[in-house]
Design a binder for this molecule. Sequence first.
Ligand SMILES: Nc1ncnc2c1ncn2[C@@H]1O[C@H](COP(=O)(O)OP(=O)(O)O)[C@@H](O)[C@H]1O
Ligand SMILES: [Mg+2]
Length: 236
Amino acid sequence: MEKNVITIKNLVKHFPIGVERFTALKNVDLILREGEFTGLVGPSGSGKTTLLNIIGGLDSASEGSVSVLKQSMNNTTHNERAKMRRKYMGFIFQSYNLLPVYTVFENIELPLILNKMNQTERVNKVEQAIEWVGLTNKRDSKPNMLSGGECQRTAIARAIVHQPALVLADEPTANLDAENSHHIMKILSNLNKELSTSFIFATHDEKIMAYLRRIIHLGDGEITKDEIIDNPKAHN
Ligand SMILES: Nc1ncnc2c1ncn2[C@@H]1O[C@H](COP(=O)(O)OP(=O)(O)O)[C@@H](O)[C@H]1O
Ligand SMILES: [Mg+2]
């Protein structure tokens, strides 16, 4: 049985700019296996977000094939991709995108409501996610009462509450201090170990890199290096 979570072959992405076009990704080949904890590392403008968006089905390839969780992203409709994201993927962004009128609990519960999960199961799952990220004492607070680190932990709980197979994180620690960044990376690396959730992080944060087991380097839309690394923090 295929254990590839992501299989990308000859991916090219052009963006139209007036009558010209800009090539943001050039011949990207990439395989990600189940349970990987991988970084997509490169300077600003190297194509990290574009690649994550294509993997998550938020954008589409100009050329090449992209298959995610055994599903070809080339041949799916907008609705099929949305359903796939809701069921099997989690997204963590630099901005937390929490709904201000909802509490921590309600923000985390929202994706389960969209997945039409019944209330008993929902409450169990939300409680579990809140415990994972260590926010039990903040469950009834609204986002404006939380610190940046607590907001990001809420956003993480919302991204993983349905226990997705794949989590895509785009610069998740960009707005956090060192202590909060380490805290968050520990939570995510524990989830990776306990649930075999696959992670891909777009980042240029050294603090994140210390936890990764594989780093894919991007430069000008191309993979320039793909390395397996032996990080002491990755074995905790
Ligand atoms: N919608 C778009 N239209 C035109 N150019 C874009 C668009 N999105 C991204 N780009 C360009 O593609 C390149 C890669 O962008 P991005 O993937 O956001 O890089 P990164 O996340 O590594 O900073 C950049 O030069 C950016 O300006
Ligand atoms: Mg980016």
